[in-house]
Design a protein around this ligand. Sequence first.
Ligand SMILES: NC(=O)c1ccc[n+]([C@@H]2O[C@H](COP(=O)([O-])OP(=O)(O)OC[C@H]3O[C@@H](n4cnc5c(N)ncnc54)[C@H](O)[C@@H]3O)[C@@H](O)[C@H]2O)c1
Length: 339
Amino acid sequence: MIKVGVIGIGMMGSTHLDIYSRLKQARVVAISDIDPDKLSGKARAKGNIEGQAQGLFDMAAVRKHDEGMKLIADEEVELVDICLPTPLHMKYARAALKAGKHVMVEKPLARTRREADILAQCAEEAEAAGIFSMPAMCMRFWPGWDWLKAAIVKESYGRVLSAHFRRLVTHPATGFYNSGEECGGALLDAHIHDTDFVQWCFGMPQSVSSHGYCKITSGVDHVFTRYDFGSGGPMVTAEGGWAMAGGFPFTMQYTVNFEKATAVYDNAAEAPLTLYRKGRAEAISLAEGMGYDYEIPYFLDCIRKRQPPATVTIADGARSVRICAAENASVLKGRAVRV
Ligand SMILES: NC(=O)c1ccc[n+]([C@@H]2O[C@H](COP(=O)([O-])OP(=O)(O)OC[C@H]3O[C@@H](n4cnc5c(N)ncnc54)[C@H](O)[C@@H]3O)[C@@H](O)[C@H]2O)c1
């Protein structure tokens, strides 16, 4: 039984708490938030996807700390789960690792490339001492996206010729999301999910060419990127943004063209993941749930087996922040940027 402390009881903290409440292999012993209403459960954050952050966790039964560092110092806590605003990830994750606690940290791993690299270094040192950490890059665990990764690795339908990813949402309009400086715009906050998935499937791009605009924050609120994998590599693009008008559904999609089939998935549509091949459309059945339901048990299992996470590492999280920084620079410079 792994004893967990969750810092930051906003939307993602509430999402993680729901999941822990269903697991036998872990028990949340402490939570922390600087907002007394979040800490008491009086104010419950809501999810942006149906079924997320339903408030299933009983907050009455756990120790409460009014600041994240106090939770890190809580002797009973073995795993610190960091669901804080992005600019705080590096400071709190580093402190927890230095205190000898395992760490799960929400995405993006850190606000800047420099902070992400510092954290990657800390994680490497901690791992040598048997302390594990993992960034919550949930798309690597998301039903439908895990199917795509397996199809790419196994070359089930031949090589990938082209892949397009799309993630379009409305702006959360709350807290640190209102500051482009703090959240990094939709480019770092939302689009990084696709950047990370592209990295996982195809490796590091040589360069990126991005276009984008600001509408709500001072950051890039809508971006379109071409990832360059050199001659002979797949043609890969991704579009991400939160500048859509109110009422626009939470949308994540991909269209991947293999040599022998085409896969199309759109979470907002009624249609299932569809594989087109040999003149037919085949519906692919998927596991229930969201990526969060799988990433947390996976990390708990790594800790239990004393095996460092492999599906996603802190170094992977740092590489995704680096690619996003290049995409941001490409938008600002109006030209391709080497990664
Ligand atoms: N994986 C995903 O799909 C996903 C989705 C949304 C957000 N996120 C990421 O999760 C992180 C949190 O996002 P959110 O939407 O939950 O934010 P949020 O603003 O809803 O919650 C953050 C909470 O942290 C608390 N907090 C701030 N400083 C603190 C401190 N020093 N000690 C203790 N608590 C403190 C705030 O009071 C707030 O309740 C962000 O990095 C965001 O990018 C990930």
